[in-house]
Design a binder for this molecule. Sequence first.
Ligand code: 13P
Length: 241
Amino acid sequence: MYFIANWKMYGDLKTLNSLDKVIKFSKDNRKNKFKIVYCPPNTLIRPLSKRLIKTKIEVGAQNCHESENSGAHTGQVNSKMLRNVGAKYVILGHSENRQIGETDSLINSKIKSSIKSGLKIIFCIGETLKERRSKKTNQTLSLQIKKGLKSIKNKSNIIIAYEPVWSIGTGLIPKSEDLIKSIKFIKKKFGKKSPKILYGGSVNNISISQLKKISVIDGFLIGGASQDSKKFIDIIKKTYI
Ligand code: 13P
């Protein structure tokens, strides 16, 4: 099971001290088969990866430029640079970036460049409330998968994160039966070689009691609750109780 923390635009050098609890928890539970990945803002990737040397916890980024080559792109960072400072993963296609204009085709280029740089990709897909209400969930998921993964043959470094947009930061989670349907729908798109599928959207130490029962889920992408080490550990513990 994956437990991936998406810190979004939160956290500074001081915040990293709070991770000592998680590092200890991970060490105490070395034999357990869960994988923790922290995706902090870019400013914290290097200090965090240094801190996590000799632990099983890995680090990822939250986005990158579509070209793995350097260039005149003010304010941008590419996948190679992320890899260079210790990132092993990158979140791509997050709805917060789609909402500000990131298109499926741009996401596709970012995925390709990140694969070339040797990063593992956490590819986010999910329907808006409007799409859900007009029964277009499957159609949206299909299109996002089709366009986002266009002409990518080797998907072994891709993990899908199903994050219904209406569930992010709202405290709402899908009904279990709906969630199972969507995850199965996504899995079916890939046939026998389905990537791991995570769920994201209001995962916390309370909603986990319902979510953990859904066996088709391979892990969680956690926003708000991942910034509080105690809550984050609680989520992992409760998954296995
Ligand atoms: P919340 O867990 O805060 O709802 O955020 C989910 C998310 O966007 C993870 O990528």
